[in-house]
Design a protein around this ligand. Structure first.
Ligand code: IMP
Length: 448
């Protein structure tokens, strides 16, 4: 079976982009299947830095096809901006990128609604969205009546459909917006989006059909998850989540490719925890340790530039998402950032109202009351950014990795110590044991 999937196991920003870029070398197709322009990934290659949001980083390699599927909410202005940015630096996009005609389109009203609504949660807790219209676009998709998909932009009734939606949105928005805010202008939006449609025409395709053919033909497909599993709409820290299935469960629904075609799931974690936006982060360190992690790890949002909240590695949360996503092996990123700390801590359980729990809470208010129970491990002072071999890591760093593998019940097979492609180690050590978690057993044949 030909599919590999890369899933972030925390709250996003696990440096998945770098890993996807490396793995792309062994794949024919790279697929982005959920989320939208809320994601940002940075790839550093041969001294050049690339910041991508919607287009898979596979675009930087020759001979790799890139697909944005119908599970993604597509802001056409942003994807065109990315295409132009890549082409102006000599990267060919034409003929390599396909975008699903089923992808729902982000319109100006989605961005307006996102900004108006965030912060209106009861109790005053803002989600702290990226302001890219993600939630409102997914809301219209599920609501259906006001949704417009990319394929609709090429149909004769596009202007009429847009007019109907704009009428409705103007009535909704007028009750929320400040007096004097001009209404949405259907003619202007139509002209703008018809222009986008023309620019994207050659990329638009039925990507579900394309991918089903590809897996049946034995093509090697890499599914690139955006955000992290703890931001999953169904299984994350609701309501402080994004609006798509950002855990492993989203691969099939977002791409149209059945999960049975994915035979390798790599769970990506940072060596510590970060979160951007609202919601609980049990191991948050609002102190010198948090400062160390933020500065050494350059923990500022790729999309919004917001400083990220930082804390110790949370094995309760990551074990939950590793199980949820069916993870086979782990990639531990940014290990170098921990250098210089005398003591390292890993959260192995929570105390909630005096009770010790190792199961990740399903309700966010329980998570907000969780007091982490820590295990202490020795730190190291060495600079890891030049280490290229797992065996050459300091003993304390190897023990730290091993402990993460033990607690999550999966082997650590990849370790990253810097942003460049070559600052990556593929481990053949005691940490690459076979997974200790139970695998489904074949059913016994039915007896006559
Ligand atoms: P939205 O996806 O813009 O609606 O934002 C919802 C929540 O997900 C906010 O807390 C965001 O900060 C967070 N979020 C969305 N995309 C990313 C990402 O790519 N990395 C990290 N956090 C994200």
């Amino acid at each position: 079976m030909p599919g590999t999937c890369v899933i972030g196991l925390q709250w996003g920003d696990e440096a998945k982009g770098k890993l996807v870029d490396i793995l792309t070398g062994n794949h024919d197709i790279v697929v982005r299947y959920q989320g939208g322009a809320n994601a940002g990934h940075t790839v550093v290659s041969a001294g050049q830095t690339w910041k991508l949001s919607l287009i898979p980083s596979g675009i930087l390699r020759d001979g790799v096809a890139c697909v944005i599927t119908g599970g993604v909410v597509l802001d056409p202005a942003r994807v065109i901006e990315e295409i132009d940015g890549l082409e102006s630096r000599g990267v060919r996009v034409a003929g390599k990128l396909q975008i699903s005609d089923r992808a729902h389109v982000v319109f100006p009203w989605h961005i307006a609604e996102d900004r108006l609504l965030d912060g209106s949660l009861s109790g005053g807790g803002a989600i702290g969205t990226t302001g890219r219209g993600i939630g409102p676009c997914y809301r219209d998709k599920v609501g259906r009546a006001l949704a417009i998909r990319l394929g609709d932009l090429y149909r004769d009734d596009f202007r009429a459909r847009l007019g109907h939606v704009v009428d409705f949105k103007n009535r909704l928005l007028s009750g929320w917006q400040a007096a004097g805010t001009p209404p949405l202008d259907a003619d202007a939006i139509h002209a703008q989006y018809a222009g986008y449609a023309e620019r994207l025409r050659s990329c638009v395709a039925d990507t579900t059909a394309y991918l089903l053919d590809a897996v049946e033909d034995g093509k090697r497909v890499l599914f690139e998850g955006a955000q992290g599993a703890l931001l999953d709409i169904d299984h994350g820290t609701f309501p402080f989540v994004t609006s798509s299935n950002s855990s492993g469960v989203g691969v099939a629904s977002g791409s149209g490719v059945p999960g049975r075609w994915v035979d390798r799931v790599i769970g990506v974690v940072k060596a510590y925890s970060t979160r951007v936006g609202g919601g609980p982060l049990p191991t948050e360190q609002d102190n010198a340790v948090g400062q160390h992690l933020r500065e050494r790890g350059r923990e500022y949002g790729t999309v919004t530039m917001r400083p990220r909240r930082c804390g110790w590695f949370d094995a309760v949360a990551a074990r939950y998402t590793a199980r949820l996503s069916g993870v086979d092996e782990l990639a531990v990123m940014l290990l170098d950032v921990l250098g210089g700390l005398d003591e390292l801590r890993i959260c192995t359980a929570y105390e909630i109202d005096g009770r010790r729990v190792t199961q990740f809470p399903s309700h966010v208010t329980d998570l907000a009351r969780a007091v982490p129970v820590y295990e202490s491990l020795p730190g190291w002072q060495d600079d890891l950014t030049t280490v290229r071999d797992h065996a050459a890591l300091p003993a304390a760093a190897r023990r730290y990795l091993e402990r993460i593998g033990e607690l999550l019940g999966r082997p650590v097979s990849i370790v990253s110590v810097g942003p460049d492609r070559d600052q990556t180690m593929f481990c053949e050590s005691s940490t690459t044991r076979r997974p200790s978690w139970p695998r489904p057993q074949p059913r016994a044949p039915a007896t006559a």
